[in-house]
Design a protein around this ligand. Sequence first.
Ligand code: URA
Length: 200
Amino acid sequence: MEQPVTLSENWQAFVEKCKNCHACALADSRQHVVIWRGGVRAPLIILGEGPGADEDRQGIPFVGRSGRLLDLLLTSCGFKPEDYHICNIVKCRPPGNRVPTREEAAACRPLLKEQLLFVRPAVYLLMGATAFRYFTGSEEGISRARGIWTVSNKCHIMPTFHPAYVLRDPSKKIYLWKDMASVRQKLEELDLVQPLQRPS
Ligand code: URA
C-alpha cells in the first residue's frame, strides 16, 4: 500500500519549487531563494518586503539588523518560533535593496499563495509600506494604516512599520512594539497562543 504523503513531503516539494523558480529576473542575481523561518504551520504570518544582502547570503529571512530588532520584539512579546512564520513579498533579493517592482511582486505571488495554504495563518502582520500595499492592494500610507485591524477572508490583518524604518527612526519603535503586542493579544483572544503570565 502507498504511504500517505505527509505535510513535510509536500512542504519539501514546495521548497524545491521555490528554489527552481525563474518567474522573474531577480532569479539571475540571487545567491539563495529566501523562503521562510519559524513554523511551517503557524497561527501568525509575518510578511516583509524582500531579502537583503544578509538574507540572500544565508537563504533565511530577517537575519540582518532588521531581523535582530524583529527577534528582540518578538521575544519581548512572548512569541516562540513555532508561533510564527516569517516570509517576504518576494523571495529573491532586489539588487541594491531596492523596492521590488509591482511585476516582481506579481511574479512571486503564486508561490506566496501556495505558501499560505501550508501556513494557514489566522493573523497577518504586514511590515512596511511594500508588504501592506502589495498584499492588500491599498494605496493608503503605512503611517495612517498601521495599528488598525482589518478582517479579510476571516483573517485578521495588522499593518505596521518595517523594522528597517524603525532602525532609521528609533522614535517609531514604540509603534512597532505596540502593534506586535496587539497581535499577541489577538492571538490570545483567538486561543491560538498560550496567554502570557502578566503582573496583576
Ligand atoms: N527586510 C525585509 O523586508 N525582509 C528581509 O528578509 C530582510 C530585511
